[in-house]
Design a protein around this ligand. Sequence first.
Ligand code: PMP
Length: 415
Amino acid sequence: MRKVLKSLCAFSFYCVFCFHGKAQEYFDYQATTPCDPRVISAMAPYWTKEFGNPHAHHAFGERAAAALLKARQQIADILGGKTRDWIFTSGATEANALAIKGVMLAAPYGKKHLITCVTEHKSVLDTCRFLAQQGCKVTVLPVDREGHLSLTLLKKAIRPETMLVSIMAANNEIGVIHPLSQIAKICHDRGVLLHTDATQAIGQIPFSISLTHADLVSFSGHKIYCPKGIGALYVAPHVVLTPLFHGGGQERGLRAGTVPVPLCVGLAKALEIAEEKRSTESQRLSLLQKAFLQRLRTLKGWCLNGSLKERLPNNLNISIEGVDSEDLLAALSEFALSTGSACNSDIHFSHVLEALDPEGILPPATLRISFGRYTTEVSVHRLADRLIETVEKLRHIKPFGGKRACKTKKGMIAH
Ligand code: PMP
């Protein structure tokens, strides 16, 4: 107990030092999270003393295999499904690829149609694009201005050749939550499988296999205070998958390669911690979200992107009139913020915002603000106040025209 407390104290210090040492406060928890010290402690023995290969037939291997089984059991206990239904992957990108390519490559002739949504993560959209190049038929459903999917359109899009629907549980840029159990019912009534990318939902909102009824579920460790490089895919027993790579027969032959035992142990621990505190933590983040929006009321000319009601508690995405995205980020450099999805940040272009705003009328200065375990009320107020002050100053010194805003957006430089 004392050891845990000691490491927690050291970690708090580390956070403050790191976030403030670089003169930045962290508001980008949807891009990634710092590793929880309890996760590091759980993994520790498996890097050194208990380093065995879980497939080896000696005592080292048996102990590693036992740790792996325990981690898989913990995940199944928390998220549902049977222990053997969970396959460890390198993260959500791989889990999404294994789910979508795996199902479609195994689909019989005449069942080569799949449906997804325009606001999915690139790891889903690009996988679908690849499959379209290989001869699959792909339908990409639109969303409305709030980021909602039309269930009527989904029903209409399903046809006799449809094999799979892939719809995320919650969006990584605008935080919008999709009604998965209703989507699952539509799919299952028509004999279609449902895959969901639950990377942003797990640890934030109630999520389980029995709540969603999805046939395939992907998630990633580094969004829940676990190291990068580990994730998992739930594969319901009736789903047939073609593996992405072949070899040693690990993970029921679905994911060849030596399994990284320490990371799997860490993933299970991170999930356990996230679930234990989920309800109170979500309420706390929700209050921070409300407090931020309330504070921003004194500022004119901004809008919230995505539904406020069906939204993750840790996400805000706002577009602000009369300022340039780059100028705004530069002026707010004491905060670690994102202008969209971190995965797209090299070109600052958001396909999600474009889907919400096909006419390009949204102002181009858009910020994604995401809260997490170490975000405090004080820091949220500080960010809101600095944002208001900065926007007013920028508008005053460098008026920014609406026409230029649209051109920038269409030029795919900013969103
Ligand atoms: N899906 C979603 C919704 C995500 O937010 C992310 C991470 N940006 C991914 C997939 C990819 O996850 P990973 O980094 O584990 O490959």
